[in-house]
Design a protein around this ligand. Structure first.
Ligand SMILES: CC(C)(COP(=O)(O)OP(=O)(O)OC[C@H]1O[C@@H](n2cnc3c(N)ncnc32)[C@H](O)[C@@H]1OP(=O)(O)O)[C@@H](O)C(=O)NCCC(=O)NCCS
Length: 276
């Protein structure tokens, strides 16, 4: 009996070596020839001088330039995320630069590694919570009930509710009302924003403390209104904070803090051993 080889998957072809099949390589983001660079269907030379960095980021992610309203809202998000002072991420970048001053990119990368579920990266979890909750609930669902379910689920798993609370901005994160106002003014305030506000109210009741929507919760909700997948939420923080971290390294070069931070931490952390 003879056995037949299965046909290669669509778009692929049988590999020349062994039996591995190869997927056809394909990307639509950009391509170039000797005299042209095309990004998402636009000539890069036409975009240079005419397109803001925020609009270009939107184009990269969405495959089209934003409307004026989307542009205002998306740029507001990007601006919000660039800088928040001497955060753990900025300190990590500065200390890494102290050890490897030849490598600015390693310092920035070290800072970006801290964009996780506690700071910055919580955009992703907030957007995911909202998209999954509204996706499961359907278009006519009572948002108050959806909010109660979300809070109950977080409480059961003993996880902090993504997008709520802040170590400094205890009662109100000043960035949040501004972002929500900009979304409303630009016709981009809908059920996602309504839901995160209700989750904040419900969370405050359930945990008996103020749990305001922080900037990452507001941005997570607005990204949902802009119809971005939750999976890129953290990427927005990474993109914007990279700008801030380069500025931290520039300041570190002119006015270094890293050695002093190291000395003070070392003094205090081991003081009990030196002076028992
Ligand atoms: C940002 C964060 C780490 C600050 O936490 P913190 O420094 O402990 O803040 P607080 O001192 O105000 O917390 C006080 C209490 O509220 C609780 N709390 C804070 N944020 C909470 C949240 N989102 N959900 C549930 N409980 C929360 C803390 O667990 C703590 O409880 P405890 O006293 O029983 O231990 C925290 O709010 C959090 O994890 N939020 C979710 C992630 C997020 O959105 N991060 C983005 C920040 S910009």
């Amino acid at each position: 009996m003879t056995t037949r080889k299965p046909p290669p998957p669509e778009g692929g072809r049988a590999g020349e070596r062994g039996s591995r099949t190869r997927k056809r390589l394909k990307s639509n983001l950009g391509w170039s020839t000797a005299d042209r660079i095309v990004v998402q269907g636009h000539d890069l030379v036409d975009l240079i001088g005419n397109t803001s960095l925020g609009d270009f980021a939107f184009l990269e992610l969405k495959g089209r330039l934003p409307t004026p309203e989307e542009s205002t809202v998306f740029n507001a998000i990007a601006v919000t995320l660039v800088e928040h002072g001497m955060t753990p991420s900025a300190i990590a970048a500065r200390l890494t630069y102290f050890g490897a001053p030849e490598s600015l990119q390693a310092a920035v990368a070290a800072g970006l590694l801290g964009m996780g579920s506690r700071f910055g990266g919580s955009i992703e979890e907030a957007a995911r919570t909202l998209q999954e909750a509204l996706g499961a609930a359907g278009p006519d669902a009572d948002l108050g009930e959806v909010a109660r379910d979300v809070v109950a689920t977080y409480k059961k798993t003993k996880q902090p509710i993504a997008g709520l609370g802040h170590p400094i901005h205890k009662a109100v994160d000043p960035r949040t009302p501004r972002l929500f106002a900009i979304a409303l003014e630009n016709g981009l305030s809908g059920r996602y924003i309504e839901l995160i506000k209700l989750i904040s109210e419900e969370g405050g009741r359930a945990y008996e403390r103020e749990l305001p929507v922080n900037a990452t919760g507001a941005i997570g909700a607005i990204l949902c209104e802009l119809d971005f997948p939750w999976q890129v939420g953290r990427g927005l923080a990474v993109m914007a904070r990279a700008i801030g971290l380069v500025a931290h390294i520039q300041e570190e070069i002119k006015e270094p803090l890293a050695a002093e931070i190291w000395r003070r931490v070392e003094d205090e952390a081991s003081e009990h051993n030196r002076n028992p």
